[in-house]
Write a protein that binds this ligand. Structure first.
Ligand code: GLA
Length: 684
């Protein structure tokens, strides 16, 4: 994954540019675009994502001259191309001639063309047409010198519930379970008289009178992700027939539920991610960092690419706040600090027509004489100067475990509570880390953990034996683990583990629970003990009736249905320690921060500079300090240095590390509103 990106960045430096949709414009505009791109420092554009109908207006009738001209123009200007196989939006002719290629929703509605994404992933008509257009594009342009990367489709993520998808689902289930008996057992179909006597009876989870089978739902999510992965692989294989070397990828969407990126990453030559933080959210900087941590985690800790972002406002929220150029710069450099070796946008030129005409772009509809475009140019110049950061590894000692099956299982219906949202829990735990100046990778429970001093599992509802065994070995080997609420509840089929919970991990945690207990509005007070004495906390949403089986009790419920029961505990297991956090403590005054601080301290992880809204990240020997607020801030550098890689801890290193002109060795760093300072220096 990282190698695919390095091929590009070795040649081009930090990648800068965006989606370019020349089919919406006249040739005179293309020439202006290319000239302006050069001035803005653009070195890579994604072409063709939505150009299928422009290339193939009628089946088998191809129109390539315009694309030839565009690629030549870009190449002559020294701008590289990430060329799309344009299969995300089939032309109207496909849906018109093959109505079966259109997607069907769970309630049986067939979605029309006239938008985009109007395809059923298992439609042979769609797949044949998609392979044919990819074949034409790849054959024609594999030798074009502008093309440096391939972009299959766009943001894969849709589902279809049609009869053909039902057949494909059955094929997938046959491959997974072999026999109907095994499927019936896996789905526990004795419940509510759901036993299947014939494969033909099995359907996707369509709209039904009451709750659907949770195991069937979970398998359908897996199937949907695999089906789209098949499509992606089909496209990649076409490209590979013509181009054996250049990286092929598609764009992920951060924490998007439609596909499981952990199953996709091995097929992506570059981890490419789209992100649109909401400027209206006070948590946007922390949550944006979390999305960056996910991309880096998917890239095995290495570099990744921001494939899309907005230069200012998006147009798909109800109320679309703009971003100042300064704030945009902060977001772009934040991603760079977190291992993003490129900053691409949706899109280069703002559309004048179509549904996205109010979506910002690098070149606004108002033209180049705009604050947004001036900001884009300044950013292009700055990124050229920061080329030295490319490929450097981000310094982090903490991992956040996250997996899609847990997310899917914990957002089904008929749970103890519908109020404990796993993604919100992950975000809440990460926001505490972010405020404490701690950088963490988001990784899967099956990923190697040995490099991390502390592993947090805020929301792993699904825990299978092999993952539990790996966590056991990690802690026994000296690692530190913090286990979150409603964790380890179910296996990979969403069946509850038998016995006291979390059954596969209770010996590691030294705590076990017998009942999940939703808490009354207002929550329950908890009293703290041991290293947490003196803190106050309130458990909200959900706790469990738990007892210690050898763990040191650190917090107990004072009142409510769990009065007297264990809320937080710590347990020595082998050479390491496991922390149990049985309740949601992430609300205001909940106490989560105190628990995480204590666990970080226990694991020997130093906190960073903790100025509100200011983030510090070490990438290689460079410290990036970002003020995400609209107020001036002062960063005390000593703390940021303490959280850095070994070798820059000594105070004596301070002067050597800092070469920024604004800094004099006074150990504090003034930051203007939305300021970013990149401090690069000699490592001791
Ligand atoms: C997604 C799509 C783009 C565009 C943007 C708008 O990321 O991939 O084509 O629609 O959203 O924000």
């Amino acid at each position: 994954m990282t190698a695919g990106l390095a091929r590009l960045t070795d040649e081009l430096g930090i990648l800068y540019g965006g989606d370019y949709n020349p089919e919406q414009w006249e040739p005179a505009v293309w020439r202006e675009d290319v000239a302006l791109m050069r001035e803005a420092g653009v070195n890579l554009v994604t072409v063709g994502v939505f150009s299928w109908s422009h290339i193939e207006p009628r089946p088998g009738e191809y129109r390539f001259a315009w694309l030839d001209d565009v690629l030549d123009l870009l190449h002559d200007a020294g701008i590289a191309v990430d060329l799309a196989t344009p299969v995300a939006s089939p032309p109207p002719w496909l849906g018109h001639r093959h109505p079966g290629s259109l997607p069907t929703t769970a309630d049986g509605t067939v979605l029309s063309y006239g938008s985009r994404n109007q395809f059923c992933p298992s439609s042979p008509a769609y797949r044949e047409a998609a392979v044919a257009i990819a074949e034409r594009v790849a054959a024609r342009y594999a030798g074009h010198p502008a093309v440096r990367m391939w972009h299959a489709g766009n943001e894969y993520g849709q589902f279809c519930w049609c009869d053909r998808c039902a057949e494909r689902f059955r094929d997938w289930l046959r491959a997974r379970y072999g026999t109907l008996d095994a499927l019936n057992a896996a789905w526990a179909t004795t419940v509510w008289s759901q036993e299947y006597g014939d494969w033909a009876e099995i359907l996707p989870p369509r709209v039904a009178p009451y709750h659907r089978n949770p195991s069937q739902e979970l398998d359908f999510r897996r199937f949907g992700s695999d089906l789209l992965l098949d499509l992606y692989r089909e496209q990649k294989a076409v490209v590979r027939r013509h181009d054996q070397g250049r990286p092929v990828t598609t764009n992920l969407m951060g924490f998007f539920g439609g596909i499981d990126p952990h199953d996709w990453r091995a097929d992506l030559d570059v981890i490419a991610d789209d992100a649109y933080p909401d400027p209206a959210s006070p948590d946007a900087p922390a949550d944006a960092a979390l999305v960056n941590h996910l991309a880096r985690g998917l890239a095995g800790g290495g570099s990744w690419l921001r494939m899309e972002q907005a230069a200012s406002a998006v147009s798909w929220r109800e109320h679309n706040l703009t971003k100042s150029p300064a704030r945009l710069r902060t977001e772009v450099l934040q991603a760079l600090a977190h291992g993003g070796d490129g900053a691409l946008f949706f899109q280069w030129r703002q559309a004048r027509s179509g549904p996205e005409r109010f979506h910002s772009a690098m070149l606004p509809v108002a033209g180049a004489d705009t604050a947004v475009h001036a900001g884009v140019r300044a950013l292009g110049a700055e990124l050229r100067a920061l080329r030295g950061l490319v490929g450097e590894r981000v310094h982090r000692r903490v991992a956040l475990l996250w997996d899609w099956p847990s997310w899917w299982a914990a957002t089904q219906v008929a749970l103890p509570t519908a109020r404990l949202d796993p993604l919100a829990t992950l975000q809440a735990w990460h926001r505490e880390l972010w405020r404490l100046g701690v950088v963490a990778d988001v990784v899967a429970p099956g990923d190697p953990l040995q490099a991390y001093d502390l592993v947090l599992a805020p929301a792993l509802t699904v825990l299978e034996r092999p993952a539990a065994d790996r966590l056991d070995a990690y802690v026994a080997g000296g690692g530190h683990l913090v286990w979150g609420p409603f964790g380890g509840v179910a296996d990979g089929l969403a069946h509850l583990h038998a016995g006291r919970s979390p059954a596969p991990l209770r010996h590691v945690l030294g705590v076990s629970a017998e009942e999940w207990v939703p808490l009354p509005d207002g929550g329950s007070a908890v009293s703290w003990a041991g290293p947490l004495t003196g803190h106050h906390g309130t458990a909200t949403t959900l706790g469990e009736r738990a007892r210690t089986d050898g763990a040191e009790v650190l917090a107990t419920y004072d009142d409510g249905p769990l009065a007297g029961s264990v809320a937080v505990a710590r347990h020595a297991h082998g050479a390491g320690r496991a922390w149990y956090v049985g309740a949601d403590l992430s609300g205001p005054g909940g106490g989560l921060e105190a628990v995480l601080r204590a666990a970080l301290d226990d694991a020997g992880v130093a906190l960073g500079g903790q100025v509100p809204g200011v983030e510090t990240v070490w990438r290689g020997g460079t410290l990036v300090a970002l003020n995400h607020t609209d107020r001036p801030a002062t960063l005390v550098l000593a703390a940021a240095l303490a959280a850095g890689p070994d070798g820059v801890r000594a105070a004596a290193a301070l002067t050597d590390v800092l070469t920024d002109a604004r800094h004099d060795a006074s150990a504090t760093l003034p930051l203007a509103p939305y300021d970013v300072v990149v401090l690069t220096g000699r490592m001791t």
